[in-house]
Ligand binder design. Sequence first.
Ligand code: NAD
Length: 250
Amino acid sequence: MDRVKGKVALVTGGAMGMGKTHSETLAAEGAMVFVTDLNEEGGKAVVKGIQDAGGKAEFIKHNASSEADWANVAATIKAKAGKLDVLVNNAGILILKPAHETEPDEWDQVFNVNVKGVYLGIRACVPLMKDAGGSIVNISSIYGIVGAPMAGAYIASKGAVRLMTKSCAVDLIQYGIRVNSVHPGVIDTPMTKDLLHGDLETRTAIMGATLFDRPCRPEEVSQAVLFLASDDSSFVHGTEIVVDGGYTAN
Ligand code: NAD
């Protein structure tokens, strides 16, 4: 309890999946959490759940790939909380196609959310963090480290997030801002519902290299986010935490 007490956090894509559990975990450990998402109904439900459990949270409707929306998010947090300690760049999308079959507008769609969204978030939030320092947690993937079939734009985008994290770590430590990436493996969320709960062949292919006989639970990734958000990780900077049940070890 209270591992991030007194901190103000922002989680993008917080309406469902891992963004929901990151928001709930940070709030349960004492943070005031701004939950943002395109999905207003889902985001408000997450906030209500946090508040009903005694935590502090607020929803802001937000397209993470929009510069104007980021300006609104930063202005709202400045007005309501006066600072930001933790930025979790979680919003992301997946298009299941190999690069050579991906249309240019699909490529842009993935990069606009997964890469430009992270960049815009850092750009908008650093002014709110630089006086007191803080922690930026960028959600990449094991597919920002290794390849896989059928996700050319996604894998390229998550690789970009991994190295954006390291370049920002070099640039932002002057403000006391730590920057790290989290690399989940196969996680049971709405994003992977069709893959993990579909036919046996797809499930076996997806789960193939995982050394556990189950997908990871979103809450297990949230523990890595919590560690990076908290002062427990005070010397952890510019690096990556892989939560993949051994997938990349195999
Ligand atoms: P999800 O699809 O279950 O949830 C994503 C959330 O992001 C949704 O609430 C959605 O509305 C929101 N979102 C999408 N585009 C947005 C935008 N432009 N602006 C604001 N919100 C937006 O996804 P998830 O599985 O929880 O994944 C969360 C993050 O973790 C993503 O970055 C994803 O790439 C990454 N990831 C997921 C897995 C997995 O197996 N599920 C593995 C590795 C990494």
